[in-house]
Design a protein around this ligand. Structure first.
Ligand code: SF4
Length: 393
């Protein structure tokens, strides 16, 4: 797993940030001025990739790698549920490997392969989780361990750059004119998102990337703000981002009802990005104030707090010693929520014993952008008022 972390170093024009540098060519150099702090989610993802790699390699060379597996299972990110999610991906990966080997027994299988697209973007490379090449087809498969935003394979810039690198290095090994890109996000959907692109179309797109990548790498590039700013390391200090956010809603409306559907769509998209931006301003303000900075018209005060017991055992003892019955001082037993129960008894046992006893009501209709891969629902088609999140608690 440690090696895994090491060989996952990032390029300046990384594939995972391509959705940003393809639009804001100033961002790669600008971001260099801000510390790159790996989030807990990213660390968990790295662990999951390491475990998946071990399992696929164990399958490929029939070497169980017991010691390394034990080490991965001793890691703080391990849980039965997390390993079950990794296994969903590994099962899919092995199915695809076997399907390719039916076509060519010596099909090329590359696990955690460095994919070099530097002929398109200077010093560009990334790590493909699984690349399979056989007669008639190349598959570039990417594991995503996040459970926040669903990621679709359709026209995915990161996957396309990986595919460009794979075609460059391994395209000569077999005859094929189609590449399948796959994004598997097992914590959100047991089924992966897949997308076919003809090699010719992929290479034509790569040519259009070249001049943009040149600007982004050699600078100065052009600052262009938009929804791609959300994960930019420089977003809280970037003047362009601030100007964009301030300018997008230009006026106040007497009534939102007067807006046309097109105007309202623009406003919705702004509101979604703004909500995150406002939260970031508040967080920055709090941080700077705690560091001693003063903002005119604002002050630091003590926040609200709730009363709490100093020592729960002593509280119980004091009450029972004075004759107050247990029923009056303890909450009744309650079942664990679904997610915690799954983690506690494991996904397999959960499925065996409880699959008929768990239901999933329709989620409350939610307005999202068109790019979201979930199918559209008709207004009024859901009768339940519960969100997915509330169900599991
Ligand atoms: S915040 Fe947005 S505009 Fe500013 S550098 Fe980052 S991506 Fe570009």
């Amino acid at each position: 797993v440690t090696e895994h972390v090491e060989h996952r170093a990032h390029a300046l024009l990384s594939a995972s940030s391509a959705y940003r540098w393809l639009v804001c060519t100033a961002s790669p150099r600008y971001e260099e001025g801000f510390p790159d702090q790996e989030s807990e989610f990213a660390k968990e993802g790295t662990w999951a990739h390491g475990l998946a790699e071990l399992k696929i390699l164990s399958y490929l060379d029939s070497n169980p790698r017991e010691a390394e597996l034990a080490e991965a299972r001793a890691d703080r990110y391990w849980s039965k549920a997390n390993e079950d999610y990794v296994d969903l991906y590994v099962t899919y990966a092995i199915e695809r490997i076997e399907a390719a080997r039916e076509i060519n027994p010596d099909a090329v299988i590359l696990v955690e392969q460095r994919l070099n697209y530097s002929h398109i973007a200077p010093e560009g490379f990334g790590t493909g989780d699984l690349v399979i090449v056989c007669d008639g087809r190349m598959e570039v498969i990417d594991l995503k361990f996040g459970k926040g935003k669903p990621v679709s394979a359709v026209d995915n810039k990161q996957a396309k750059l990986y595919a460009v690198g794979a075609v460059e290095d391994f395209g000569h090994l077999y005859e094929f004119d189609m590449v399948t890109v796959v994004i598997h996000q097992p914590r959100l959907d047991p089924e992966p998102s897949t997308w076919d692109i003809p090699v010719r179309g992929l290479l034509e797109w790569a040519e259009t990337v070249k001049p943009i990548a040149h600007d982004a790498f050699y600078g100065p590039g052009k600052f262009v703000a938009g929804s791609h700013c959300d994960f930019c390391r420089g977003r809280s200090q970037c003047r362009e981002n601030m100007t964009h956010n301030m300018a997008t809603i230009k006026g106040e409306f007497e009534s939102l009802d007067v807006l046309t559907a097109g105007e309202f769509a623009e406003l919705l998209s702004v509101a979604k990005t703004r909500a995150a931006w406002y939260a970031m301003i508040l967080e920055q303000g709090q941080k700077r104030a705690l560091n001693g900075e003063k903002f005119p018209g604002f002050k630091l005060v003590e926040g609200r707090s709730n009363r709490r017991y100093k020592d729960q055992d002593m509280v119980a003892e004091a009450l029972t010693a004075n004759g107050i019955p247990a029923a009056a001082i303890y909450e009744p037993r309650t079942l664990l929520g679904i997610t915690k129960m799954e983690q506690s008894i494991g996904k397999k046992v959960f499925k065996e014993l409880l699959s008929d006893l768990v239901e999933k009501p329709s989620g409350k209709p939610t307005l999202v952008h068109d790019s979201d891969p979930r199918p559209e629902v008709e207004p009024g088609s859901s009768t339940d008022g519960f969100d997915d999140e509330t169900e599991t608690q």
